[in-house]
Structure formats: structure tokens, C-alpha cells
Design a protein around this ligand. Structure first.
Ligand SMILES: Nc1ncnc2c1ncn2[C@@H]1O[C@H](COP(=O)(O)OP(=O)(O)OP(=O)(O)O)[C@@H](O)[C@H]1O
Length: 232
């Protein structure tokens, strides 16, 4: 589904990613773990086309999408949930969902009703301006909005960051349900417990370099990697 090959990404003169490669196959949840500032968001932004890499290639569903604009990647089936949970503050919850809607080719798929079924608390605040939501509600809305585009691949950037434990638990359950629908997910997380419960495989990034990749079972046993790159 996604093949990132040896990308180098910069912000102006700052070289941030140094030859990052990773792969996500259809139906997998793959997590990208790393400390604050390790390069997780930059990897997500590179894949989405928001900060395109200067070197290396990105393939999505077999197509070379290196350098493609984000809206074209979205059209191809990439959903992106940024870590800043930006919503349209002046629009209601319902309107935020509606403007993202994209009709799936085969007629079924996500719509506002199914998003509300998936995140019942959102239904109760359908008419509320999105600028007045709690962090958890905003996160449900940004995920719901990405689902409304009926993506094949969901890029989820630190969905649990800064949320209360109960909300983290609820989101984890919902992401697990998304996994069970067969959606492919690349999940960036600092919260390794949550990420390891949800994922099949993990990549560990540190200082813009992938230091480790393997199955979750292997990572759980590898204390050296977890101590060196993940514990704060
Ligand atoms: N717009 C920017 N301009 C310059 N440097 C940036 C910019 N955004 C991020 N960086 C730097 O790039 C590096 C990687 O940041 P990135 O946001 O990808 O890390 P992260 O692993 O997602 O961590 P976080 O949990 O803080 O989001 C950091 O050193 C950060 O300071």
C-alpha cells in the first residue's frame, strides 16, 4: 500500500529526515515510535506531500507519488489526521464532517451517520461550533473528518497526545475497531503501550533515522532498543 524509500526531508536549511524507509501493507496497522522531536510528524508530512522530501521516493498503491500535492494524495485515498487537531472553529461539528465528505466509488463507505455511529459523543454535539470542543472531541472530529474521505490509508499522527486517560482508552478501542474494518493505518505515537497494543509492526525513529523495525513481539523483547530510543 505504502512504500517510503530512503527519503530526506528538510525545513528550509534544517535537514530532518536522513534516509527514512518504511512499508505498510494493506490491512496492517504499523506504528512509528519515537521521542519528542524524533521526526514522526515530519515523516507523516512527507508522506502526505505537505513537506515533500528532497531525495528518495514514495509509492502509494503502486503509484509513484513523490512530490505530489496533498490534495492529490487525498484524492488517491490518503487520509491524514495531523497532530495539531485543527478543525474549522467557526463551523459546527456536522459541517466540519460534511465539507470533507467524498462519495466512495462503490456507493457504501463512510458518511456522517456512520461517523456518528462510530463516535456517538460527536452526534450529541452535532450543532456545536468546533472551536468549543474539548481535546478529545476535537480528536474524534479530526479522525471522523478523515474517515469521511473514505481513505484506503489513514495517517494518524499522535492521536492520544495530551488526552485524559479515559479518552485515550476510548480512542484506542475505536482505532482497534477501525483496524477490524480492514483499514490500513500508519500510526505515529509517543505512547508506546497504546501503539504496541494496536499495531502489527513497528518502526523506531530517532534523530531522523529509522533505528529499528520489526514485529511488536520482537520489539517487546528488545529492551535495548526501547531503553535507548523510547524511554523518556
Ligand atoms: N516547521 C519547522 N521548521 C523547522 N524545524 C522543524 C519544523 N517542524 C519541526 N521541526 C524540527 O524537526 C524535528 C522533527 O520534528 P517532528 O515534529 O517531526 O518530530 P516528532 O517526532 O513528530 O515529535 P513531536 O512529538 O514533538 O511532534 C525537530 O527537531 C523539530 O524541532
Amino acid at each position: 500500500m505504502l512504500e517510503v524509500n530512503n527519503i530526506h526531508t528538510y525545513y528550509d536549511l534544517s535537514h530532518i529526515l536522513f534516509g527514512v524507509s518504511l512499508e505498510v501493507s494493506k490491512g496492517e496497522i504499523v506504528c512509528l515510535l519515537g521521542r519528542n522531536g524524533a521526526g514522526k510528524s515530519t515523516t507523516m508530512r512527507s508522506v502526505m506531500g505537505l513537506t515533500p522530501p528532497r531525495e528518495g521516493t514514495i509509492r502509494f498503491k503502486g503509484e509513484d507519488i513523490t512530490g505530489k500535492k496533498p490534495y492529490l494524495n487525498a484524492r488517491l485515498g490518503m487520509g491524514y489526521v495531523p497532530d495539531d487537531r485543527r478543525v474549522f472553529a467557526d463551523l459546527t461539528v456536522g459541517e466540519n464532517l460534511e465539507i470533507s465528505g467524498k462519495k466512495p466509488l462503490n456507493g457504501d463507505g463512510w458518511n456522517k451517520d456512520s461517523v456518528y455511529e462510530f463516535f456517538p459523543p460527536l452526534k450529541e454535539i452535532d450543532g456545536r461550533k468546533a472551536g468549543f470542543l474539548s481535546g478529545g472531541e476535537q480528536q474524534m472530529l479530526t479522525i471522523g473528518r478523515a474517515l469521511m474521505t473514505n481513505p484506503d490509508l489513514l495517517l494518524l499522527d499522535e492521536p492520544t497526545e495530551g488526552l485524559a486517560p479515559l479518552m485515550v482508552k476510548m480512542l484506542e478501542e475505536q482505532i482497534a475497531r477501525l483496524r477490524d474494518t480492514g483499514l490500513t493505518v500508519l500510526l505515529a505515537e509517543q505512547n508506546q503501550e497504546v501503539a504496541m497494543r494496536l499495531s502489527n509492526r513497528a518502526y523506531v525513529i530517532d534523530n531522523g533515522v529509522i533505528r529499528y523495525h520489526g514485529t511488536i513481539e520482537e520489539l517487546k523483547k528488545n529492551d535495548t532498543v526501547r531503553k535507548k530510543y523510547l524511554l523518556v
